[in-house]
Design a protein around this ligand. Structure first.
Ligand SMILES: Cc1cc2nc3c(=O)[nH]c(=O)nc-3n(C[C@H](O)[C@H](O)[C@H](O)COP(=O)(O)OP(=O)(O)OC[C@H]3O[C@@H](n4cnc5c(N)ncnc54)[C@H](O)[C@@H]3O)c2cc1C
Length: 383
């Protein structure tokens, strides 16, 4: 028999975005139903690298990123665990004078946002951070850090449930329709009506947006990750490289988490497999920077499915076609750090119809039919 739920807000997708929105909405007293087709936090939010980084984001993301930055040290009181969040600092390295010039330009461009970036030269890299290899300098953001995504994402969903949200896992949303009073959702074993609908379905959010006449150029990408056996402590900061190609962090237990390549999608694009040559490339690059990695055993490889937009900015904000529908997806490889702030923003949008954090650059209207050739499909259900 199909169960029926009526609530203020239905949320499709229990990643960190949907779960943090559910928690924030409960804090405002709304009745909330959070639905995930699998387990909350089992997709990108739970398998990512764990970088809690503001440095390197485009300036338009920084107000939102700063809002999240204030939330991360409060995880213990917010969700009951600290999520192994460590304010280690984030050090972005430059291999060439051009890359160093790019770091310098970025530091000047974002100076007003309070990231307190510090440019460091080659000698300091080895003296302060023990970094060797072919790098000429870097940019250090002392307030950035890293956390354990496997713990953080599920803990947000669990906290939302404790706060009174109806959290339905293994409950795929099959269709969503606008009705006179709001929305009607058909999900596995349950029918839901709600006043407001949040589309936070990650790499699957484009089908829900299209169902409401909003076609978006979302692509799926599959970052590839490696973790080594525990090693003696040698890496105190979260490392990135200007231009990409490698990122690395060492956790308190000694394991080093490394990324920088892409996995290959399988026939079913929900899944991907890390490429063995990609894994070798990552470890080769990392061991050029850090001697202790030269003989380290890699003990696990994995990847995840990420929603990537062509301009690398997410879609956050009200639907342009359907009152009461709010989108939040397409975080393009950088949603872990900002998701807790996004959750607060989504809750404000539900309560007030506006938010104190600037989100105009993330409007879905940048992909609207007016600016895209071809026109949009008419509203219907999605699968
Ligand atoms: C390997 C990897 C490394 C990354 N590293 C970092 C990093 O270091 N720092 C950083 O800031 N970001 C990083 N990211 C990006 C970050 O993980 C994502 O941007 C963020 O987790 C997106 O959160 P989300 O809630 O939008 O999506 P997701 O976590 O994917 O959640 C979406 C949820 O929607 C559910 N869903 C989909 N369709 C339906 C349906 N029909 N019915 C019900 N539920 C549905 C899914 O099951 C899923 O749980 C990385 C991503 C990956 C994959």
């Amino acid at each position: 028999m199909t169960r029926r739920i009526d609530c203020d807000v239905a949320i499709i997708g229990g990643g960190l975005v949907g779960s943090s929105a559910a928690l924030a909405l409960r804090g405002m007293g709304f009745s909330v139903t959070l639905l995930d087709k699998g387990f909350c936090g089992a997709q990108a939010s739970g398998v990512n690298y764990g970088g809690v980084r503001r440095q390197g984001r485009p300036p338009e993301q920084l107000p939102l990123s700063q809002r999240s930055h204030a939330i991360w040290p409060r995880l213990q009181q917010l969700i009951g665990i600290d999520g192994e969040f460590l304010r280690s600092g984030h050090l972005k390295l430059a291999r060439t004078p051009e890359d160093m010039a790019s770091l310098e330009r970025y530091a000047a461009e974002v100076a007003a946002f309070g990231l307190d970036l510090e440019l460091v030269g080659h000698n300091q890299l080895s003296e302060r951070f023990g970094i060797g290899g072919d790098v000429i300098g870097g940019s250090h953001c002392p307030g950035d850090g890293h956390a354990n995504p496997r713990l953080v994402s599920t803990a947000f969903a669990a906290a939302a449930r404790r706060a009174g949200a109806e959290v339905l896992e293994n409950t795929r949303v099959i269709g969503a329709l606008a009705t006179s009073g709001g929305f009607a959702l058909e999900a596995e074993g349950v029918a839901i009506t709600s006043r407001t609908l949040i589309n936070s379905a990650g790499a699957w959010a484009d089908s829900f947006a299209a169902a409401f006449g909003e076609t978006v150029p979302l692509e799926r990408t599959y970052p590839s990750m490696i973790v080594t056996e525990p090693l003696d402590p040698f890496l105190t900061v979260n490392i990135g490289i200007e231009g990409g190609g490698i990122y690395a962090r060492q956790v308190a237990r000694g394991n080093v988490v490394v990324g920088g390549e892409r996995a290959a999608p399988l026939a079913d694009p929900d899944y991907s497999r890390p490429r063995s040559d990609g894994a070798l490339t990552i470890m080769q690059r990392a061991s050029e920077l850090f001697g202790p990695l030269r003989h380290a055993q890699a003990i696990r490889f994995w990847s995840g499915t990420e929603a990537t937009m062509p301009d690398r900015n997410p879609v956050i904000g009200p639907s342009a076609t359907t009152p009461g529908l709010i989108h939040a997806f397409g975080f393009s490889g950088a949603g872990f750090q900002i998701a807790p702030g996004v959750g607060e923003v989504l809750a404000e949008l539900v309560r007030d119809g506006e938010t104190s954090t600037p989100i105009a650059p993330f409007s879905i209207t940048r992909f609207s039919p007016a600016s895209q050739p071809g026109g949009a499909p008419s509203p219907t259900t999605t699968g």
